[in-house]
Design a binder for this molecule. Structure first.
Ligand SMILES: Cc1cc2nc3c(=O)[nH]c(=O)nc-3n(C[C@H](O)[C@H](O)[C@H](O)COP(=O)(O)OP(=O)(O)OC[C@H]3O[C@@H](n4cnc5c(N)ncnc54)[C@H](O)[C@@H]3O)c2cc1C
Length: 311
């Protein structure tokens, strides 16, 4: 990014700005090169200033949540990365069992908040290490439920800097995704659960977290499930049947605990992770004739001058 553009962003934006931000430290899988620029807008006005400036200048931007569903390539991200986890942390009760939550709030905090108030419907999300913005963009879910089931409306900032409120019927959620026009940033949502007996909600959250702990490698760096479940099948079962648990490319390893997780067993690079993804897809295809589709989002650029393994 040109120096003048950087200077202008630093002059205009009130929030924290980091140059050459190390994406391996900002993602749960712990791989990836630096982003040219990382900005944490303080509030909606700050975000609007930043996004409209970038749009006017034709500069690319990427929205980062908690980085728990990302594989950032080793060359890092060109342009700006915008992260809402410092400025967008509001969470307030609305009528009945509904509430408004800002995109930077951790899913973990939101679930605890609902559980404490005897609001049921969010317990299946317990243990998902994302932000609310990321959970909405990914339509995160577990145990046959997804966050889309709970959405009343979304507040979305458009590339021009204006905010639109989109009702549930205007939103196109799909399995692990939400179709929004390019460049849109989710800033907040109104979500709705159902009133319930607080002890029962607490117990259900406890039980679901225990099940997650038992079946997932929570102590190791990962990006969660690598592949979407194909219709009528479980990706983990298909991978396990190919005897791939524990198989490695460099330090990228198919988890021995959950076959649909790739863990960073030390100093893995994105190139190794992507090579392992390709290897799994090939083996599963040969054995089951099913093409697994990544659930993780692979973003950024390959390192210049480095030989990259075929994607
Ligand atoms: C141990 C572990 C367990 C997991 N378990 C589950 C699970 O049970 N179910 C599940 O669905 N996922 C699971 N995940 C994956 C991940 O946590 C979820 O997809 C989560 O919702 C991603 O949120 P994030 O804030 O980390 O998003 P990021 O990974 O930072 O971003 C993901 C995508 O969302 C976009 N995005 C983020 N914020 C915004 C915003 N404000 N506006 C517009 N776009 C945005 C990003 O651009 C990117 O494309 C797991 C991950 C780990 C590491």
């Amino acid at each position: 990014m040109a120096r003048t553009a950087l200077d202008e962003i630093q002059e205009r934006v009130r929030g924290r700005v980091v140059l050459n931000a190390p994406m391996d430290r900002l993602t749960t899988l712990r791989v990836g090169g630096p982003a040219d620029l990382l900005v944490y807008p303080e509030d909606q006005e700050d975000l609007a200033t930043l996004v409209s400036f970038l749009t006017q200048r034709g500069l690319p931007y990427f929205v980062l949540g908690n980085g728990s569903n990302l594989v950032v390539r080793d060359g890092g991200i060109r342009g700006a990365v915008i992260c809402l986890t410092e400025g967008f942390r509001g969470l307030e009760a609305r009528e009945g069992a509904s509430f408004r939550v800002e995109a930077g709030v951790a899913v973990r905090r939101m679930v605890r908040w609902t559980v404490d108030r005897g609001i049921t419907g969010f317990e299946p999300l317990v243990g998902i290490p994302g932000s609310v913005g990321g959970a909405l963009a990914m339509n995160a879910g577990a145990w046959d439920t997804e966050i889309a089931d709970r959405v009343v409306e979304l507040e979305v900032l458009t590339p021009g800097g204006g905010v639109e409120v989109l009702g549930r019927s205007e939103l196109r959620f799909r399995y692990r995704g939400l179709d929004l026009p390019p460049g849109c940033v989710i800033v907040a949502a109104v979500l709705e659960g159902e009133p319930a007996e607080p002890e029962a909600v607490k117990e259900r959250a406890r039980e679901l977290y225990a099940r997650r702990k038992e079946s997932q490698p929570l102590q190791e760096p990962s990006a969660g499930s690598v592949f979407k479940n194909p219709a009528g099948a479980k990706a983990a079962r298909l991978i396990e049947a190919c005897a791939l648990k524990g198989v490695r490319v460099g330090d990228a390893e198919v988890s021995r605990i959950h076959a649909n997780f790739i863990v960073n067993a030390g100093m893995a690079t994105a190139s190794q992770v992507v090579a392992l993804i390709g290897m799994i897809q090939e083996r599963v295809y040969v054995k089951h004739r099913i093409k697994l589709e990544p659930e993780v989002r692979i973003v950024g650029e390959w390192a210049k001058g480095k030989l990259r393994v075929q994607e």
